[in-house]
Write a protein that binds this ligand. Structure first.
Ligand SMILES: C[S@@+](CC[C@H](N)C(=O)[O-])C[C@H]1O[C@@H](n2cnc3c(N)ncnc32)[C@H](O)[C@@H]1O
Length: 277
């Protein structure tokens, strides 16, 4: 494996931070070497600096997209940490539905849920399963959006297509049989679940307040890669797009203490969630 030089790490660290907000320091040489090995070969680059300059110069930005795909950590699974999905099923959805029915004044109540940084879609389909099992079909306007910065992740999420390893992570057998069908060694989400969600590419460190208001935002296991300043920017934007009685769910190892004063932490059983102050 070609060794990356300290000045090349600096080049990529600035570039990647500008593109994604992901913060990479000199200790991440091995990460860059393993993630970029294939791209060096594909582009016939003799050094990491060469790869960097090719990416910067390329007008179509195809290489830039590949760099984003390579550097993002898309680790995810169905019903990750379980707690947030129990929280959704037993507290958040029942509470929000009551309030949205009251607001709807006889019309069909709506519920809007955004999975920000949804990776390859497992979080979105886990939410869709909870909604499907809780809410009578046709009685609600549901908007379920999954977004991610990685083109490859968004593409896979929108196909809803998983290999054996991915499908076996976190998805109970009964739900696998009910909501997925197999074709060779791959599994595809049912049309019904797929039709509940839409997917888009969104960089969370660019303005996104034009997305409108959301009742529930999942933003889990992405801000851990950002600097404090970028986390502050991200969560203050989320505060702007969350309804006043909305819910924010972050990763089980994350906290908003000292990050965003707009949010108050609350606990339901073992799970922490946030509402607006
Ligand atoms: C570890 S995954 C988390 C997936 C899912 N939320 C979960 O908790 O299982 C992190 C995701 O954040 C995405 N990501 C990284 N930087 C981002 C940015 N600036 N904007 C949007 N998504 C980003 C990555 O592409 C990756 O898919």
């Amino acid at each position: 494996m070609l060794k990356i030089k300290p000045d090349e790490i600096t080049l990529f660290s600035n570039y990647i931070h500008k593109l994604t907000g992901i913060s990479i320091d000199q200790s991440k040489a091995y990460l860059l070497e393993t993630r970029f090995g294939r791209l060096l070969q594909e582009t016939d680059s003799t050094t990491y600096a060469d790869l960097y300059h090719k990416a910067r110069m390329e007008p179509g930005k195809h290489l830039e997209k590949k760099i984003i795909d390579a550097i993002t950590t898309n680790e995810t699974l169905f019903f990750r940490d379980t707690g947030p999905f129990d929280l959704l099923r037993h507290k958040i959805i029942p509470e929000l539905i009551d309030s949205r029915i009251a607001k709807a004044n006889g019309t069909r109540p709506s519920l809007k849920i955004w999975s920000a940084a949804c990776s390859t879609g497992q979080e979105v389909y886990s939410i869709a399963i909870v909604l499907k099992e809780l809410l009578a079909k046709g009685n609600y306007n549901i908007k379920l959006l999954g977004t991610d910065i990685s083109d490859a992740a968004v593409t896979q999420a929108s196909y809803g297509d998983y290999n054996k390893f991915e499908i076996e992570r976190g998805l109970p057998k009964d739900k696998l049989i009910k909501y997925f069908s197999s074709s060779g060694s791959r599994w595809k989400v049912s049309d019904e679940l797929r039709s509940m969600a839409t997917f888009r590419k969104i960089n969370l460190l660019t303005p996104f307040t034009n997305l409108g208001k959301w009742d529930i935002v999942f933003c889990r296991n992405v801000a851990i890669y950002f600097t404090l300043e970028d986390r502050q920017k991200l969560f203050s934007q989320i505060a702007q797009v969350l309804e006043p009685d909305g819910y924010l769910i972050i990763g089980s190892t994350e906290s908003l203490t000292g990050v965003c004063p707009s949010f108050v932490p609350k606990r339901h059983l073992r799970t922490i969630f946030y509402t607006k102050r």
